[in-house]
Design a protein around this ligand. Structure first.
Ligand code: GNR
Ligand code: NI
Length: 167
């Protein structure tokens, strides 16, 4: 197991589109395990492969209270969605920034699990938000992209200042 470095907004690699996974093999399972370790250590409730600079359709999520419900979704796709919710979002690639993003209230999702078996799941509230946030990452979209240009500019400035302090 290993902790993986997480790309920071506005790294251009966060804007790459992830390719579908054709075969769920040991390499995919190893990456998923490392991503889970990285997510729990952060700590975060989700992590997309895009954020660790691997551009394949793989995400890990644990939106449970006790951090004991790890979900690994491969090639996730929203089958249907309903309603709206507006919640505060954050992102491990944009540390320290939180803002409201409109999302579907409920989603039905299909994906492959780590055995390559097709699964379907219904999600609402925080889990539904997280799934939509992670699928966005795979499509090269960061939650900041939904905010006003003014906010985006301020966030870029703040990230540049942070990078100077951390460097
Ligand atoms: O840890 C995370 N928390 C979070 C809170 C509200 C909405 C979405 C998220 S996902 C985020 C982890 C992350 O950046 N996943 O890509
Ligand atoms: Ni994120």
């Amino acid at each position: 197991m290993a902790l993986l470095p997480i790309l920071r907004y506005p790294d251009p690699r966060l804007y790459k589109k992830a390719a579908p996974i054709e075969r769920v093999d040991e390499a995919v399972r190893r990456l998923a395990a490392d991503m889970a370790e990285t997510m729990y250590a952060a700590p975060g409730i989700g992590l997309a492969a895009t954020q660790v600079d691997v551009h394949i359709q793989l995400v890990v999520i644990d939106a449970s209270e006790d951090r004991s419900h790890l979900l690994t979704l491969i090639n996730p796709r929203i089958l249907s969605a309903e309603g709206e919710q507006l919640g505060e979002e954050g992102c491990l690639s944009v540390p320290g920034i939180f803002d409201k993003v409109p999302r579907f209230a409920k989603v039905r999702v299909e994906a492959l699990d780590t055995n390559g078996c097709r699964i379907e799941l219904d999600a609402e509230s925080m889990l539904a938000v997280c799934i939509q946030h992670e699928i966005d990452h795979l499509q090269g979209k960061v939650f900041v992209d939904y905010l006003s240009r003014l906010k985006q500019t301020r966030i870029r400035l703040k990230m540049a200042k942070q990078a100077r302090v951390t460097a």
